[in-house]
Design a protein around this ligand. Structure first.
Ligand code: NOJ
Length: 590
Protein backbone atom coordinates (compact mmCIF):
# COMPACT_ATOMS: atom_id res chain seq x y z
CA UNK A 1 0.00 0.00 0.00
CA UNK A 2 1.35 3.43 -0.84
CA UNK A 3 0.20 6.86 0.10
CA UNK A 4 1.15 9.79 -2.05
CA UNK A 5 2.43 12.78 -0.22
CA UNK A 6 0.45 15.94 -0.74
CA UNK A 7 1.42 19.48 0.21
CA UNK A 8 -0.97 19.14 3.15
CA UNK A 9 0.73 16.08 4.52
CA UNK A 10 4.24 17.50 4.54
CA UNK A 11 5.49 18.36 8.01
CA UNK A 12 5.71 22.14 8.17
CA UNK A 13 8.07 24.26 10.21
CA UNK A 14 6.08 27.46 10.39
CA UNK A 15 5.84 29.65 13.47
CA UNK A 16 4.30 28.10 16.54
CA UNK A 17 1.32 29.48 18.34
CA UNK A 18 2.01 28.75 22.03
CA UNK A 19 -0.47 26.17 23.28
CA UNK A 20 -1.14 24.99 19.75
CA UNK A 21 1.83 22.68 19.34
CA UNK A 22 1.26 19.54 17.28
CA UNK A 23 2.26 17.21 20.10
CA UNK A 24 -0.53 18.37 22.40
CA UNK A 25 -3.01 16.19 20.57
CA UNK A 26 -0.75 13.86 18.56
CA UNK A 27 -1.04 10.11 18.29
CA UNK A 28 2.52 8.82 18.42
CA UNK A 29 3.35 5.33 17.19
CA UNK A 30 6.28 3.55 18.83
CA UNK A 31 8.52 1.61 16.48
CA UNK A 32 10.81 -0.94 18.08
CA UNK A 33 13.34 -1.09 15.21
CA UNK A 34 14.53 -4.65 15.88
CA UNK A 35 11.05 -6.01 15.37
CA UNK A 36 9.31 -3.78 12.86
CA UNK A 37 10.65 -4.68 9.39
CA UNK A 38 13.92 -6.26 8.29
CA UNK A 39 15.30 -5.29 4.86
CA UNK A 40 18.47 -7.42 4.99
CA UNK A 41 17.03 -10.75 6.10
CA UNK A 42 19.42 -11.08 9.05
CA UNK A 43 16.48 -11.50 11.42
CA UNK A 44 16.75 -8.05 13.02
CA UNK A 45 14.66 -5.12 11.81
CA UNK A 46 16.42 -2.04 10.44
CA UNK A 47 15.99 1.54 9.26
CA UNK A 48 15.49 0.79 5.52
CA UNK A 49 12.85 -1.75 6.56
CA UNK A 50 11.06 0.95 8.54
CA UNK A 51 11.26 3.44 5.67
CA UNK A 52 9.66 0.96 3.30
CA UNK A 53 6.75 0.39 5.65
CA UNK A 54 6.13 4.04 6.60
CA UNK A 55 3.24 4.46 4.12
CA UNK A 56 1.35 1.85 6.13
CA UNK A 57 1.64 4.08 9.21
CA UNK A 58 0.52 7.16 7.31
CA UNK A 59 -2.40 5.05 6.10
CA UNK A 60 -3.15 4.03 9.69
CA UNK A 61 -3.43 7.72 10.51
CA UNK A 62 -0.87 8.39 13.24
CA UNK A 63 0.85 11.77 13.54
CA UNK A 64 4.36 10.77 14.56
CA UNK A 65 6.68 7.86 15.10
CA UNK A 66 8.96 7.33 18.07
CA UNK A 67 11.92 5.12 17.23
CA UNK A 68 13.40 3.11 20.08
CA UNK A 69 17.22 3.41 20.04
CA UNK A 70 19.06 2.69 16.79
CA UNK A 71 22.41 4.17 17.90
CA UNK A 72 25.65 2.23 18.02
CA UNK A 73 25.35 -0.31 20.79
CA UNK A 74 26.56 -3.75 21.85
CA UNK A 75 22.83 -4.53 22.20
CA UNK A 76 23.06 -5.89 25.72
CA UNK A 77 19.74 -4.19 26.46
CA UNK A 78 18.37 -4.04 22.91
CA UNK A 79 20.02 -0.71 22.15
CA UNK A 80 19.35 0.99 25.51
CA UNK A 81 23.08 0.57 26.04
CA UNK A 82 24.56 3.18 23.72
CA UNK A 83 28.24 3.19 22.76
CA UNK A 84 28.02 6.11 20.31
CA UNK A 85 25.14 8.57 20.43
CA UNK A 86 25.88 10.14 17.07
CA UNK A 87 25.98 7.12 14.83
CA UNK A 88 23.61 4.41 13.67
CA UNK A 89 24.42 0.86 14.70
CA UNK A 90 25.39 -1.18 11.60
CA UNK A 91 22.72 -3.65 12.68
CA UNK A 92 20.13 -1.01 11.78
CA UNK A 93 21.86 0.72 8.85
CA UNK A 94 23.72 3.99 8.39
CA UNK A 95 23.26 7.68 9.00
CA UNK A 96 22.25 8.00 5.35
CA UNK A 97 19.53 5.42 5.98
CA UNK A 98 18.35 7.51 8.90
CA UNK A 99 18.26 10.66 6.76
CA UNK A 100 16.20 8.82 4.14
CA UNK A 101 13.81 7.56 6.81
CA UNK A 102 13.38 11.08 8.17
CA UNK A 103 12.80 12.59 4.77
CA UNK A 104 10.28 9.93 3.81
CA UNK A 105 8.45 10.28 7.12
CA UNK A 106 8.22 14.05 6.74
CA UNK A 107 7.01 13.74 3.17
CA UNK A 108 4.21 11.53 4.49
CA UNK A 109 3.30 14.02 7.20
CA UNK A 110 4.81 11.94 10.01
CA UNK A 111 7.02 13.54 12.66
CA UNK A 112 9.99 11.56 13.97
CA UNK A 113 10.97 11.28 17.62
CA UNK A 114 14.30 9.70 18.58
CA UNK A 115 14.91 7.88 21.86
CA UNK A 116 17.65 9.50 23.92
CA UNK A 117 19.28 7.40 26.64
CA UNK A 118 21.13 9.80 28.94
CA UNK A 119 21.02 8.06 32.32
CA UNK A 120 23.66 5.53 31.36
CA UNK A 121 25.94 4.57 28.50
CA UNK A 122 27.18 1.21 27.37
CA UNK A 123 30.29 0.01 29.17
CA UNK A 124 31.82 -0.02 25.68
CA UNK A 125 31.34 3.72 25.26
CA UNK A 126 34.63 5.59 24.86
CA UNK A 127 33.78 7.74 27.90
CA UNK A 128 33.56 4.67 30.14
CA UNK A 129 36.59 2.97 28.65
CA UNK A 130 38.60 6.13 29.29
CA UNK A 131 37.25 6.24 32.84
CA UNK A 132 38.39 2.65 33.46
CA UNK A 133 41.86 3.44 32.16
CA UNK A 134 42.14 6.63 34.24
CA UNK A 135 43.16 6.72 37.92
CA UNK A 136 40.70 6.98 40.78
CA UNK A 137 39.64 10.57 41.39
CA UNK A 138 40.40 11.60 37.80
CA UNK A 139 38.05 13.77 35.69
CA UNK A 140 37.40 10.72 33.48
CA UNK A 141 36.20 8.69 36.49
CA UNK A 142 33.99 11.60 37.52
CA UNK A 143 31.90 11.14 34.35
CA UNK A 144 30.36 8.07 36.02
CA UNK A 145 29.32 7.03 39.53
CA UNK A 146 32.49 5.41 40.89
CA UNK A 147 32.74 4.83 44.63
CA UNK A 148 34.99 2.94 47.03
CA UNK A 149 33.58 -0.30 48.35
CA UNK A 150 32.68 -0.94 51.98
CA UNK A 151 34.42 -3.32 54.35
CA UNK A 152 38.11 -3.54 55.27
CA UNK A 153 39.18 -4.40 51.72
CA UNK A 154 36.49 -2.46 49.96
CA UNK A 155 35.02 -5.66 48.68
CA UNK A 156 31.42 -4.88 49.63
CA UNK A 157 29.28 -2.66 47.38
CA UNK A 158 28.96 0.99 48.46
CA UNK A 159 25.29 0.54 49.33
CA UNK A 160 22.44 -1.99 49.15
CA UNK A 161 20.67 -0.74 46.02
CA UNK A 162 19.25 -3.43 43.74
CA UNK A 163 19.32 -3.16 39.98
CA UNK A 164 15.98 -2.85 38.18
CA UNK A 165 17.00 -5.97 36.26
CA UNK A 166 17.91 -7.91 39.41
CA UNK A 167 21.09 -8.29 41.49
CA UNK A 168 23.22 -5.47 42.91
CA UNK A 169 23.34 -2.01 41.33
CA UNK A 170 27.13 -2.07 41.73
CA UNK A 171 29.97 -3.87 40.03
CA UNK A 172 33.63 -3.71 40.89
CA UNK A 173 36.31 -2.88 38.34
CA UNK A 174 39.71 -4.44 37.97
CA UNK A 175 42.47 -1.84 37.85
CA UNK A 176 44.94 -1.81 34.93
CA UNK A 177 47.48 -3.51 37.26
CA UNK A 178 45.10 -6.40 37.98
CA UNK A 179 44.10 -5.38 41.51
CA UNK A 180 40.40 -4.98 42.44
CA UNK A 181 39.40 -1.36 42.22
CA UNK A 182 36.39 0.89 42.81
CA UNK A 183 32.76 0.09 42.22
CA UNK A 184 30.51 1.73 39.64
CA UNK A 185 26.77 2.21 39.78
CA UNK A 186 24.38 0.78 37.20
CA UNK A 187 20.64 1.09 37.78
CA UNK A 188 20.13 -1.46 35.00
CA UNK A 189 22.55 -4.07 33.63
CA UNK A 190 26.23 -4.09 34.58
CA UNK A 191 26.92 -3.18 30.95
CA UNK A 192 25.00 0.10 31.48
CA UNK A 193 27.05 2.30 33.86
CA UNK A 194 25.21 5.38 35.15
CA UNK A 195 26.58 8.74 34.14
CA UNK A 196 27.28 11.38 36.77
CA UNK A 197 24.85 14.13 35.86
CA UNK A 198 26.21 16.39 38.62
CA UNK A 199 29.25 16.78 36.35
CA UNK A 200 28.93 19.75 33.94
CA UNK A 201 31.08 17.94 31.40
CA UNK A 202 28.40 15.26 31.03
CA UNK A 203 25.73 17.91 30.51
CA UNK A 204 27.78 19.58 27.79
CA UNK A 205 28.26 16.30 25.90
CA UNK A 206 24.54 15.77 25.70
CA UNK A 207 23.85 19.30 24.46
CA UNK A 208 26.06 18.36 21.52
CA UNK A 209 24.27 15.04 21.02
CA UNK A 210 20.86 16.73 21.01
CA UNK A 211 22.04 19.30 18.47
CA UNK A 212 23.48 16.56 16.27
CA UNK A 213 20.03 14.98 15.83
CA UNK A 214 18.09 18.26 15.85
CA UNK A 215 20.34 19.52 13.06
CA UNK A 216 19.45 16.42 11.07
CA UNK A 217 15.78 17.30 11.53
CA UNK A 218 14.32 15.10 14.27
CA UNK A 219 11.12 16.46 15.78
CA UNK A 220 12.07 15.66 19.34
CA UNK A 221 13.12 13.04 21.84
CA UNK A 222 11.61 10.48 24.10
CA UNK A 223 13.92 10.56 27.13
CA UNK A 224 14.81 7.27 28.75
CA UNK A 225 14.85 7.07 32.57
CA UNK A 226 14.20 10.80 32.83
CA UNK A 227 13.48 10.33 36.52
CA UNK A 228 16.74 8.62 37.46
CA UNK A 229 19.59 10.87 36.45
CA UNK A 230 20.30 12.50 39.82
CA UNK A 231 20.83 10.33 42.88
CA UNK A 232 20.25 11.41 46.46
CA UNK A 233 23.36 12.91 48.05
CA UNK A 234 25.34 10.35 50.04
CA UNK A 235 23.70 7.43 48.19
CA UNK A 236 21.90 6.16 51.32
CA UNK A 237 20.80 2.53 51.62
CA UNK A 238 17.28 1.84 50.45
CA UNK A 239 15.09 -1.24 50.63
CA UNK A 240 12.17 -1.18 48.21
CA UNK A 241 8.72 -2.50 49.08
CA UNK A 242 8.19 -6.19 48.31
CA UNK A 243 7.21 -5.87 44.62
CA UNK A 244 9.55 -3.70 42.45
CA UNK A 245 8.47 -0.10 41.97
CA UNK A 246 10.27 0.64 38.73
CA UNK A 247 9.66 -1.40 35.60
CA UNK A 248 5.95 -1.60 35.89
CA UNK A 249 3.28 -2.08 38.45
CA UNK A 250 1.58 -5.13 39.71
CA UNK A 251 -1.96 -4.28 38.81
CA UNK A 252 -4.27 -6.89 37.40
CA UNK A 253 -7.35 -6.61 35.35
CA UNK A 254 -10.57 -7.66 36.89
CA UNK A 255 -14.13 -6.60 36.33
CA UNK A 256 -15.24 -7.65 39.77
CA UNK A 257 -17.27 -4.66 40.75
CA UNK A 258 -20.82 -4.97 41.88
CA UNK A 259 -23.11 -5.15 38.86
CA UNK A 260 -25.96 -3.09 40.22
CA UNK A 261 -26.38 -0.01 38.08
CA UNK A 262 -26.67 3.39 39.66
CA UNK A 263 -26.49 6.93 38.54
CA UNK A 264 -23.03 8.39 38.32
CA UNK A 265 -22.15 11.17 40.69
CA UNK A 266 -18.90 13.01 41.13
CA UNK A 267 -18.07 10.63 43.95
CA UNK A 268 -17.74 7.79 41.45
CA UNK A 269 -14.52 9.25 40.15
CA UNK A 270 -12.88 9.27 43.58
CA UNK A 271 -12.76 5.64 44.55
CA UNK A 272 -9.91 3.23 45.16
CA UNK A 273 -6.33 4.26 44.49
CA UNK A 274 -5.20 3.45 40.98
CA UNK A 275 -1.61 2.42 41.47
CA UNK A 276 0.67 2.23 44.43
CA UNK A 277 -0.25 1.78 48.06
CA UNK A 278 -2.63 4.01 49.99
CA UNK A 279 0.45 4.96 52.03
CA UNK A 280 3.04 5.81 49.36
CA UNK A 281 6.35 4.01 49.84
CA UNK A 282 9.35 6.23 50.61
CA UNK A 283 10.89 7.70 47.46
CA UNK A 284 13.80 5.59 46.23
CA UNK A 285 16.98 7.68 46.44
CA UNK A 286 17.67 7.12 42.75
CA UNK A 287 14.26 8.15 41.34
CA UNK A 288 12.60 11.52 41.07
CA UNK A 289 15.20 13.68 42.80
CA UNK A 290 14.66 17.42 42.58
CA UNK A 291 17.97 17.93 40.72
CA UNK A 292 16.69 16.31 37.52
CA UNK A 293 14.52 19.30 36.73
CA UNK A 294 17.48 21.55 36.15
CA UNK A 295 18.67 19.13 33.46
CA UNK A 296 15.33 19.36 31.65
CA UNK A 297 15.35 23.15 31.75
CA UNK A 298 18.68 22.98 29.93
CA UNK A 299 17.34 20.56 27.31
CA UNK A 300 14.24 22.70 26.87
CA UNK A 301 16.47 25.64 25.96
CA UNK A 302 18.38 23.60 23.40
CA UNK A 303 15.18 22.52 21.66
CA UNK A 304 13.93 26.10 21.72
CA UNK A 305 16.92 27.11 19.58
CA UNK A 306 15.36 25.19 16.70
CA UNK A 307 12.54 26.14 14.36
CA UNK A 308 9.32 24.21 14.34
CA UNK A 309 7.96 22.68 17.45
CA UNK A 310 10.17 19.97 18.88
CA UNK A 311 8.95 17.69 21.64
CA UNK A 312 10.54 16.19 24.76
CA UNK A 313 8.71 13.26 26.27
CA UNK A 314 9.73 11.97 29.70
CA UNK A 315 9.87 8.37 30.70
CA UNK A 316 9.32 9.14 34.37
CA UNK A 317 8.17 6.21 36.52
CA UNK A 318 7.11 8.24 39.51
CA UNK A 319 3.97 8.23 41.52
CA UNK A 320 1.58 10.06 41.99
CA UNK A 321 0.55 11.91 38.81
CA UNK A 322 1.02 15.30 40.48
CA UNK A 323 4.68 14.41 40.70
CA UNK A 324 4.89 13.28 37.06
CA UNK A 325 3.44 16.67 36.14
CA UNK A 326 6.59 18.33 37.53
CA UNK A 327 8.46 17.01 34.46
CA UNK A 328 6.18 18.92 32.10
CA UNK A 329 6.12 22.37 33.59
CA UNK A 330 6.31 25.04 30.87
CA UNK A 331 10.11 25.36 30.92
CA UNK A 332 10.85 21.61 31.14
CA UNK A 333 9.60 18.76 28.99
CA UNK A 334 6.55 18.77 26.75
CA UNK A 335 4.89 15.55 27.84
CA UNK A 336 5.39 12.56 30.10
CA UNK A 337 4.15 9.02 29.73
CA UNK A 338 1.11 8.28 31.83
CA UNK A 339 2.06 4.98 33.43
CA UNK A 340 -0.67 5.36 36.05
CA UNK A 341 -3.18 5.12 33.20
CA UNK A 342 -1.37 2.21 31.60
CA UNK A 343 -1.49 0.18 34.80
CA UNK A 344 -5.05 0.94 35.75
CA UNK A 345 -7.16 -2.14 36.35
CA UNK A 346 -9.96 -2.85 33.91
CA UNK A 347 -12.51 -1.25 36.22
CA UNK A 348 -14.74 1.67 35.36
CA UNK A 349 -14.28 3.43 38.69
CA UNK A 350 -10.50 3.17 38.52
CA UNK A 351 -10.42 4.41 34.94
CA UNK A 352 -12.63 7.36 35.69
CA UNK A 353 -10.46 8.25 38.59
CA UNK A 354 -7.16 8.06 36.74
CA UNK A 355 -8.52 10.00 33.77
CA UNK A 356 -9.74 12.78 36.04
CA UNK A 357 -6.46 12.82 37.97
CA UNK A 358 -4.44 12.88 34.76
CA UNK A 359 -6.32 15.76 33.20
CA UNK A 360 -6.11 17.70 36.46
CA UNK A 361 -2.43 16.97 37.09
CA UNK A 362 -1.11 17.65 33.59
CA UNK A 363 -3.60 20.43 32.92
CA UNK A 364 -2.54 22.04 36.20
CA UNK A 365 0.86 22.82 34.68
CA UNK A 366 -0.44 23.63 31.20
CA UNK A 367 0.64 20.31 29.66
CA UNK A 368 -1.50 17.88 27.68
CA UNK A 369 -2.56 14.67 29.33
CA UNK A 370 -1.04 11.63 27.64
CA UNK A 371 -2.40 8.11 27.36
CA UNK A 372 -0.70 4.80 26.69
CA UNK A 373 -1.64 1.13 26.99
CA UNK A 374 1.37 -0.76 25.66
CA UNK A 375 5.08 -0.36 25.03
CA UNK A 376 8.22 -2.50 24.74
CA UNK A 377 8.58 -2.86 28.53
CA UNK A 378 5.19 -4.25 29.53
CA UNK A 379 2.91 -7.15 28.72
CA UNK A 380 0.86 -6.25 25.63
CA UNK A 381 -2.55 -4.94 26.65
CA UNK A 382 -4.38 -7.53 24.53
CA UNK A 383 -3.08 -10.00 27.13
CA UNK A 384 -2.58 -7.81 30.17
CA UNK A 385 -6.20 -6.71 30.40
CA UNK A 386 -7.28 -10.32 30.94
CA UNK A 387 -4.64 -11.18 33.54
CA UNK A 388 -5.81 -12.58 36.80
CA UNK A 389 -4.41 -11.77 40.21
CA UNK A 390 -2.02 -14.75 39.86
CA UNK A 391 0.22 -13.24 37.24
CA UNK A 392 1.88 -9.94 37.98
CA UNK A 393 2.35 -8.07 34.75
CA UNK A 394 5.66 -6.41 35.54
CA UNK A 395 7.57 -9.69 35.43
CA UNK A 396 6.48 -10.87 31.99
CA UNK A 397 4.59 -14.05 31.12
CA UNK A 398 6.15 -17.32 29.98
CA UNK A 399 5.32 -20.99 29.45
CA UNK A 400 5.21 -21.78 33.17
CA UNK A 401 3.40 -18.65 34.34
CA UNK A 402 0.26 -19.25 36.36
CA UNK A 403 -3.01 -17.56 35.49
CA UNK A 404 -2.44 -17.11 31.77
CA UNK A 405 -4.87 -14.57 30.33
CA UNK A 406 -7.76 -15.65 28.12
CA UNK A 407 -6.91 -14.39 24.58
CA UNK A 408 -10.52 -13.77 23.57
CA UNK A 409 -11.32 -11.73 26.66
CA UNK A 410 -7.96 -9.94 26.36
CA UNK A 411 -8.45 -8.86 22.75
CA UNK A 412 -12.01 -7.77 23.34
CA UNK A 413 -10.95 -5.63 26.30
CA UNK A 414 -7.96 -4.27 24.39
CA UNK A 415 -10.21 -3.12 21.55
CA UNK A 416 -12.58 -1.50 24.03
CA UNK A 417 -9.69 0.09 25.95
CA UNK A 418 -8.07 1.55 22.84
CA UNK A 419 -11.39 2.86 21.57
CA UNK A 420 -11.82 4.60 24.90
CA UNK A 421 -8.25 5.93 24.93
CA UNK A 422 -8.37 7.39 21.43
CA UNK A 423 -11.46 9.41 22.34
CA UNK A 424 -9.67 11.19 25.18
CA UNK A 425 -8.32 14.71 24.78
CA UNK A 426 -4.54 14.98 24.78
CA UNK A 427 -1.84 12.88 23.18
CA UNK A 428 -1.82 9.09 22.87
CA UNK A 429 0.95 6.57 22.33
CA UNK A 430 0.53 3.33 20.39
CA UNK A 431 3.01 0.47 20.35
CA UNK A 432 3.74 -1.37 17.10
CA UNK A 433 1.53 -4.40 16.63
CA UNK A 434 -1.27 -3.30 18.92
CA UNK A 435 -3.16 -2.09 15.85
CA UNK A 436 -3.12 -5.75 14.78
CA UNK A 437 -4.44 -6.91 18.15
CA UNK A 438 -1.20 -8.78 18.88
CA UNK A 439 -1.15 -10.62 22.18
CA UNK A 440 1.92 -11.15 24.33
CA UNK A 441 3.94 -14.13 23.12
CA UNK A 442 3.68 -16.30 26.24
CA UNK A 443 5.36 -19.41 24.83
CA UNK A 444 8.85 -18.16 23.99
CA UNK A 445 11.31 -20.92 24.81
CA UNK A 446 13.86 -20.17 27.50
CA UNK A 447 16.79 -20.47 25.10
CA UNK A 448 15.36 -17.73 22.87
CA UNK A 449 15.13 -15.14 25.60
CA UNK A 450 17.28 -12.00 25.37
CA UNK A 451 16.05 -9.62 28.07
CA UNK A 452 18.71 -9.02 30.75
CA UNK A 453 15.92 -9.32 33.31
CA UNK A 454 15.70 -13.05 32.53
CA UNK A 455 19.42 -13.58 33.05
CA UNK A 456 19.90 -11.33 36.06
CA UNK A 457 17.05 -13.00 37.94
CA UNK A 458 18.21 -16.50 36.92
CA UNK A 459 14.96 -17.09 35.09
CA UNK A 460 12.78 -16.07 38.01
CA UNK A 461 11.30 -13.25 35.90
CA UNK A 462 10.54 -13.85 32.23
CA UNK A 463 11.01 -10.18 31.39
CA UNK A 464 9.94 -8.27 28.32
CA UNK A 465 10.73 -10.44 25.29
CA UNK A 466 7.11 -11.51 24.92
CA UNK A 467 6.06 -8.04 23.73
CA UNK A 468 9.06 -7.59 21.43
CA UNK A 469 8.55 -10.38 18.89
CA UNK A 470 8.79 -9.18 15.23
CA UNK A 471 5.39 -8.15 13.95
CA UNK A 472 3.47 -9.87 11.12
CA UNK A 473 2.84 -8.04 7.84
CA UNK A 474 1.88 -10.74 5.33
CA UNK A 475 0.11 -13.89 6.42
CA UNK A 476 1.62 -16.28 3.86
CA UNK A 477 5.21 -15.01 3.67
CA UNK A 478 8.35 -16.13 5.52
CA UNK A 479 8.48 -14.50 8.95
CA UNK A 480 5.01 -13.15 8.09
CA UNK A 481 6.65 -10.60 5.79
CA UNK A 482 8.96 -9.22 8.51
CA UNK A 483 11.72 -10.06 6.05
CA UNK A 484 12.33 -12.32 3.05
CA UNK A 485 14.60 -14.86 4.75
CA UNK A 486 12.25 -16.15 7.44
CA UNK A 487 14.81 -15.41 10.20
CA UNK A 488 13.66 -13.67 13.31
CA UNK A 489 15.75 -12.63 16.33
CA UNK A 490 12.91 -13.83 18.56
CA UNK A 491 10.86 -16.70 17.14
CA UNK A 492 7.37 -15.74 15.99
CA UNK A 493 4.40 -17.84 17.12
CA UNK A 494 3.07 -20.34 14.59
CA UNK A 495 -0.48 -19.00 14.85
CA UNK A 496 0.07 -15.35 13.98
CA UNK A 497 -1.10 -15.43 10.33
CA UNK A 498 -4.57 -14.08 11.18
CA UNK A 499 -2.94 -11.10 12.90
CA UNK A 500 -0.91 -10.15 9.81
CA UNK A 501 -1.59 -6.72 8.43
CA UNK A 502 -2.63 -7.98 4.99
CA UNK A 503 -5.20 -10.31 6.57
CA UNK A 504 -6.85 -7.36 8.31
CA UNK A 505 -6.54 -4.53 5.81
CA UNK A 506 -9.96 -3.29 4.72
CA UNK A 507 -11.66 -6.14 6.59
CA UNK A 508 -14.72 -4.88 8.48
CA UNK A 509 -14.43 -5.60 12.17
CA UNK A 510 -10.69 -6.31 12.12
CA UNK A 511 -8.58 -4.67 14.80
CA UNK A 512 -6.61 -2.80 12.12
CA UNK A 513 -9.85 -1.40 10.71
CA UNK A 514 -10.97 -0.39 14.21
CA UNK A 515 -7.72 1.51 14.83
CA UNK A 516 -7.80 3.15 11.40
CA UNK A 517 -11.42 4.25 11.86
CA UNK A 518 -10.78 5.49 15.39
CA UNK A 519 -7.79 7.56 14.29
CA UNK A 520 -9.71 9.05 11.37
CA UNK A 521 -12.72 9.92 13.52
CA UNK A 522 -10.51 11.30 16.29
CA UNK A 523 -9.04 13.67 13.74
CA UNK A 524 -12.36 14.54 12.06
CA UNK A 525 -13.96 15.38 15.41
CA UNK A 526 -10.81 17.09 16.78
CA UNK A 527 -11.00 14.92 19.90
CA UNK A 528 -7.31 15.36 20.71
CA UNK A 529 -7.84 19.08 21.31
CA UNK A 530 -11.26 18.66 22.90
CA UNK A 531 -12.46 18.59 26.50
CA UNK A 532 -13.83 15.77 28.57
CA UNK A 533 -17.01 16.02 30.57
CA UNK A 534 -18.34 13.05 32.49
CA UNK A 535 -21.85 11.92 31.69
CA UNK A 536 -24.14 10.36 34.28
CA UNK A 537 -26.96 7.86 34.01
CA UNK A 538 -25.27 4.75 32.62
CA UNK A 539 -24.37 2.97 35.84
CA UNK A 540 -21.10 2.61 37.68
CA UNK A 541 -19.68 -0.04 35.34
CA UNK A 542 -19.79 2.28 32.35
CA UNK A 543 -17.19 4.91 31.57
CA UNK A 544 -19.33 7.61 29.97
CA UNK A 545 -18.05 10.96 28.80
CA UNK A 546 -18.52 13.57 26.19
CA UNK A 547 -15.72 15.05 24.10
CA UNK A 548 -16.85 17.75 21.66
CA UNK A 549 -19.77 16.29 19.68
CA UNK A 550 -19.05 12.67 20.60
CA UNK A 551 -20.55 10.64 23.43
CA UNK A 552 -18.25 7.79 24.48
CA UNK A 553 -19.60 4.80 26.40
CA UNK A 554 -17.39 1.93 27.54
CA UNK A 555 -19.17 -0.92 29.31
CA UNK A 556 -16.83 -2.72 31.70
CA UNK A 557 -19.62 -4.52 33.53
CA UNK A 558 -20.90 -8.04 33.00
CA UNK A 559 -24.37 -7.02 31.84
CA UNK A 560 -25.38 -5.17 28.68
CA UNK A 561 -26.45 -1.56 29.02
CA UNK A 562 -29.16 0.13 27.02
CA UNK A 563 -27.79 2.44 24.35
CA UNK A 564 -29.16 5.92 23.76
CA UNK A 565 -30.64 6.68 20.37
CA UNK A 566 -28.06 8.16 18.04
CA UNK A 567 -25.67 7.49 15.19
CA UNK A 568 -22.91 5.12 16.15
CA UNK A 569 -19.64 6.44 14.78
CA UNK A 570 -17.41 3.68 16.11
CA UNK A 571 -17.93 0.46 17.99
CA UNK A 572 -15.25 -1.87 19.30
CA UNK A 573 -17.58 -4.87 18.71
CA UNK A 574 -20.61 -5.60 16.55
CA UNK A 575 -23.67 -4.21 18.22
CA UNK A 576 -27.13 -5.61 17.72
CA UNK A 577 -30.41 -4.84 19.45
CA UNK A 578 -29.70 -1.42 20.91
CA UNK A 579 -27.63 -2.65 23.85
CA UNK A 580 -23.97 -2.11 24.69
CA UNK A 581 -22.47 -5.50 25.56
CA UNK A 582 -19.75 -6.19 28.09
CA UNK A 583 -16.21 -5.02 27.33
CA UNK A 584 -17.34 -2.82 24.46
CA UNK A 585 -16.84 0.87 23.68
CA UNK A 586 -18.96 2.99 21.34
CA UNK A 587 -18.68 6.52 20.05
CA UNK A 588 -22.05 8.13 19.40
CA UNK A 589 -22.64 11.30 17.43
CA UNK A 590 -24.33 13.93 19.61
C1 NOJ B 1 13.61 2.11 29.93
C2 NOJ B 1 13.50 1.45 28.61
O1 NOJ B 1 12.20 1.62 28.12
C3 NOJ B 1 13.88 0.02 28.82
O2 NOJ B 1 13.60 -0.76 27.70
C4 NOJ B 1 15.33 -0.03 29.18
O3 NOJ B 1 15.70 -1.37 29.47
C5 NOJ B 1 15.62 0.82 30.41
N1 NOJ B 1 14.99 2.10 30.34
C6 NOJ B 1 17.09 1.06 30.52
O4 NOJ B 1 17.53 1.93 29.51
Amino acid sequence: MTLESTPDSVVSETAIVPGDEWWRSAVIYQIYPRSFADSTGDGVGDLPGITKRLPALAQLGVDAIWLSPFFRSPQKDAGYDVSDYTDVDPLFGTLDDFDRLLETAHSLGLRVIADMVPNHTSDQHRWFQEALAAPEGSPERDRYMFRDGKGPNGDLPPNNWESVFGGSMWDRVINPDGTPGQWYLHIFDKSQPDLNWENPWVREQFFDVLRFWLDRGVDGFRVDVAHGMIKKAGLPDYTPPAEGASMGGTGTASADEDDSAHSITDADTVLAPVIGDPEPAPEPPYWGQEGVHDIWRGWHEVLAEYPGDRVLCAEAWVDPLEKVALWVRPDEMSQAFNFAYMFTDWKASALKRVITESIDAFGGVGAPATWVLSNHDVVRHASRLALTADSPQGAGIGPLSPGKPDPVVGLRRARAATSLMLALPGSAYLYQGEELGLPEDMELPDDARQDPTWFRTNGEKYGRDGCRVPIPWESDKPAYGFNASGKSWLPQPKDWAPFARDAQEGVPGSTLTLYTDALRLRREHSLGTGDLSWVSGYGKKVVAFRNRDVLVLANLGKVAVELPVGDILLSSEDITGGALPTDTTVWIQL
